[in-house]
Design a protein around this ligand. Structure first.
Ligand code: AMP
Length: 286
């Protein structure tokens, strides 16, 4: 990790000719490795829905529903859904010296360092491999162009799904987000019903309410306050364009405007992913 810190600090001096080599060495020095089954294969992206080697990334603003759709797809495709935000929150809950440092950063809506996030992600991938996992759907990583380059240096990402929603809906969804402190289930109490105007389509998203037994155990994420959400959205917009561009020029970016809530969006997303012939599996993922 010390060598990684040195390399990360020296990034400004890295020119494009040596970038590829640098990225690989950053990845190697950081221990950011993928098992043989997930390592860069140098082959064209696959879209075989039956394959357990799906290596997809979900991009999108805070509150857009990356976690919801990525976890549904992970059940459908039989691959793990790995959300770096969850890894960070697990670390926060551990009350280690690192968690103190992270709490301050996360509660201000800022990003944690590449070193820390890569370390957490590497550990998660290694643990998964030890359990026999293969493939993944990443959610919340990469967040910066540098993270995208590091990832690109170590493995082949087949597809990057960019989920989109209008800003006023994103804010309402973040503020309505609730988590069951017991089962960890994600819910949303926001009831969104915006009428279309001036040629702009309306959008309706009914609340995603928890079952009765979770009702009294609902908590709100500390970083889902209005001030922090606005800062997270601002930062996301600032950093996401280079990441989107990185994947767009590689022909991997699938833009997807969410048309509404889950019942409306899920079948359309499956169609966009050429997975709509897997009707029988949809109910298993619901
Ligand atoms: P999320 O649940 O994806 O909104 O992530 C919650 C918080 O975890 C973010 O606001 C960041 O502080 C941190 N985080 C998650 N993923 C990353 C990442 N790829 N790089 C840096 N920080 C991250």
């Amino acid at each position: 990790m010390t060598a990684l810190r040195g390399l990360l600090r020296g990034n400004a001096a890295v020119n494009t000719r040596t970038a590829g080599r640098w990225i690989s060495s950053v990845a190697a020095e950081s221990g950011f490795s993928f098992p043989a089954s997930q390592a860069r294969k140098g082959v064209a992206p696959r879209r075989d829905p039956g394959s357990r080697n799906v290596q997809w990334v979900f991009l999108g603003c805070p509150g857009v529903g990356k976690g919801t759709y990525a976890s549904r797809l992970s059940r459908l495709l039989g691959v793990p859904h790995i959300a770096t935000g969850d890894l960070v929150r697990d670390e926060l809950a551990a009350t280690s010296p690192l968690s103190k440092q992270l709490t301050e950063i996360v509660n201000r809506g800022h990003l944690v360092s590449d070193e820390i996030i890569i370390d957490l992600l590497s550990k998660r991938l290694e643990d998964g491999v030890a359990k026999g996992e293969s493939g993944f759907i990443l959610d919340g990583f990469p967040r910066t162009r540098r993270q995208a380059e590091i990832l690109d240096g170590v493995t082949e990402i087949e597809l990057v799904v960019n989920l989109k929603l209008r800003e006023d809906v994103l804010l309402a969804k973040c503020l309505g987000r609730r988590i069951c402190s017991q089962c960890g289930g994600n819910f949303n109490v926001a009831s969104i019903d915006i009428k279309g105007e001036n040629g702009r389509p309306g959008i309706a998203m009914p609340p995603l309410l928890p079952p009765e037994h979770c009702m009294s155990k609902l908590i709100t994420r500390a970083d889902d306050t209005e001030e922090v959400v606005k800062e997270r959205l601002r930062l996301y917009h600032e950093l996401s364009q280079p990441v989107e561009e990185f994947y767009r020029i590689r022909g991997k970016l699938l833009e997807f405007d969410l048309p509404g809530g889950i019942p409306e969006s899920w079948p359309k997303l499956l169609r966009a992913l050429n997975l709509d012939d897997h009707n029988e599996k949809q109910s298993a993922a619901a």
